[in-house]
Design a protein around this ligand. Sequence first.
Ligand code: GLN
Length: 207
Amino acid sequence: MTAPLIGVLALQGGVVEHQHTLERLGVTTRQVRRRSQLEGLDGLVLPGGESTTMSKLLDLGGMLGPLRGLLAEGMPAFGTCAGLILLGSEILDTRADAHCLCALDVSVRRNAFGRQVDSFETDLTVAGVTGADDDPESGPVHAVFIRAPRVERVGSGVEVLARVTDPTAGASDGAVVAVRQGRVLGISFHPELTGDDRMHRLFLASL
Ligand code: GLN
């Protein structure tokens, strides 16, 4: 079987860390900067960065419509942080001209964890992520949040995979930070920074 080809949206943000993680898992990757580079992909990773900048660049590059179309046709996608924001169907606390890709029926609030905790780390229990007995990474997922969003409304077709329950993280109410709808996965944190491949593996399992 040939390795899947996964695009990493490379307009801005943390691109190469995702490529390295995917390549460690035996996947071929392609940086996606232009519309033509969306063709022939088995899936797309939308990295963290600045969602309003990515939205503007998607629009300017003529990629917004084609990407929305591919997602509507069922292209698997994995958005982390700003990527989750873009994949949502409603973005709260953003610029009036920001666009969404509307692939996840959720409302996402940007920069939702308050100033004191703009960045924090916590352990999460993520549904569907267990780790085999012989896996040194089994146990909770250590999650790094950087000016992170949270999901504030979840549509009926969307599964909640993880919530923050750590009150020191400013989310004692159980903020939703990982969701999945069909083959589209969105998470508020940065799995490409921790060396734990399990979130990427969860995405690849849906291809
Ligand atoms: N705060 C950023 C935004 O609104 C997301 C931060 C991130 O991707 N680490 O796009």
